[in-house]
Design a protein around this ligand. Structure first.
Ligand SMILES: [Zn+2]
Length: 167
């Protein structure tokens, strides 16, 4: 028996000599280097030339979840946007339209930047994102369109961003 119950059986893992530290400590983007080309089985994004992009996977491409789909699968957002204040209740459809539009534009160019989920409450909404960039940009888009107060906090350890916007 190998050491499964202990959970530390590394005997079958190939040695990875080319472990590569990136500046941004996002475990979902640095945990492993994907072989090229790789296609994500969930969203069909293709990893090629060092980045994930939309496209047609070449025949024989490896299959591996992209960082965005891995986060969705694990339910681990890279960013949170909390919206608070009476303005939201009064302009909900308008705000959600702006947020969705913004996501569509970003996702077109950056497949890893997506909305994960939207939870509405009486006081506002919390939106989760697969990419910290989109969370921040969405908060800035709200402020640019409607003023209000924007607050952005990064946590380096978790590679997460918490954005809150209120008006
Ligand atoms: Zn994917």
């Amino acid at each position: 028996m190998t050491g499964r119950p202990g959970g530390r059986d590394t005997s079958h893992q190939p040695r990875r000599d080319s472990m590569y530290e990136e500046r941004v400590s996002d475990p979902y983007r640095t945990r492993e280097k994907w072989k090229e080309p790789t296609v994500c089985p969930d969203c069909r994004a293709v990893y090629h030339k060092g980045r994930w992009a939309w496209g047609v996977a070449p025949q024989g491409a490896h299959e591996h979840r992209c960082p965005a789909c891995a986060r969705i699968h694990d339910k681990v957002p890279a960013g949170f946007l909390t919206i608070k204040g009476s303005f939201f209740g009064e302009h909900k459809d308008e705000l959600m339209h702006l947020i969705r539009n913004h996501e569509a534009n970003e996702k077109e160019r950056h497949p890893l930047e997506r909305i994960m989920g939207i939870e509405e409450s009486k006081e506002g909404a919390t939106i989760t994102f697969t990419g910290s960039h989109l969370a921040r940009k969405t908060g800035e888009a709200l402020r640019d369109a409607y003023q209000g107060a924007l607050d952005i906090k990064f946590s380096d350890e978790d590679a997460q961003v918490r954005v809150s916007w209120s008006r």
